[in-house]
Structure formats: C-alpha cells, structure tokens
Design a protein around this ligand. Sequence first.
Ligand SMILES: [Zn+2]
Length: 232
Amino acid sequence: MPRAGALWQPSPNFGPRRDDATPDLVVIHYTAMESCDAALARLCAPEHEVSAHYLIAGDGTLLQLVEERARAWHAGAGAWGAVRDVNSRSIGIELDNAGDVPFAEAQIVQLVELLGEILADHGIPPERVIGHSDMAPGRKRDPGPLFPWARLAAAGLSVWPGEGPAGPALEASPERLARLMAALLRFGYRGSQALVLFDAFRQRFRPLAGAFDQADLDLAETLARRWPVAEG
Ligand SMILES: [Zn+2]
C-alpha cells in the first residue's frame, strides 16, 4: 500500500527484501538531476535498475515509487554497522536537488513530515537516519554539505552532536588516525581507509571545516559514545 498523501508513481525497479528483513535504516539522497521529472523517469526506467521508495519534489510534492515492504534499489554497495545489504534493511528517500544548491523549504517540510511517520511506523531511532555518503564513503557524496542535518536532529529525526570551536591544525599522526577510525567505526561507518571515512564524516558533520583538528576527534568520539551502532 502506498502511503496516504503520496502520489503513487510505481517503479518496476524493486524486489523482495531478503531474509524477510524489515527496514531499520533510512537513507537520504539527492537526485543530482536537472528536474524532478527527469529524476522520476530515471528511477522508473527498467534499464537503469535504480529506484527509491520516495521522491520529494522541490515544491514539496511527495511521490512514492516503491512500497515500503519491498526492496527498492537506491543504496548500492556499502554498509552501515553490521548491515551490508542496505537495500534490504532501509527506506530510501530521494530529494530533487541538483547537488550544489540549497534544498527548498517546502521540500524539507515534507521530508520532516515523512520521516516522522516512517520512524514512528517502523520504530526506527533517529541515529539510523543516514546519508548515502555515510554508507558508501569514497563512492557517494549525497545528500551533500547543504543538507540540513541539524534541523532534522532538532525535530528528533537524526542526530547532531553540536560542534566545539575549531582548533589549530593537528598532525594526522598514525595514533590520531587510529583513534578517529575507531570512533567512526563505533558510530557506524565502514571501510578500511581512515582518510576515506574521515572525508565522509566531514561531509556530514563539518563540511566547511579546514584542516584536521582536535574538534574532529572530539566530535567523532562524541558520536561513538552517544550513538554506538547496533551490531545486529
Ligand atoms: Zn544517493
């Protein structure tokens, strides 16, 4: 059943969730296309083999392409915590946005409403609302540095630990990188290269910061302490 209030624009690009999985993650994307119509066409074209559960237009129109009980094809390769088949465990939301411009107010209002419903319906905690860049470090950059994570967190729909003042640049010594890596892995990032994970973390939590500094370590360790990723 499509969600009440959503325009049903079914995509053929989906399958069953594997192992009868139920969604316990939400992955946020931007479309990086020139228009919502172009994004919708692509997400519904069999030859592209991509989709998402929802697409939100700049004017706030909510389109549903795949039912939530089905496995939409939005996440691709990547992982968050112990979850490796992210598509089977998540709901994917695409935002019509070219990638380098602010998100429209009506669109974010609709996203806040939708996330509130999804989290309540599935019992998903706010720390499990993540960006595509979080689960695919080094491969994906959406929803990008302009996405309003702090606003979502203020509405209880994501997490935002705040940020201490930037400090002087620190040498990225092996010891510091190991500390950073350990914290980012505890929060949920997956990967073997500290600098790739650092880049993904920076995109989400400190997109405008300069050189590596103490605030990075403090912030990563705060995330790890307050929201350690589920192991199952
Ligand atoms: Zn994406």
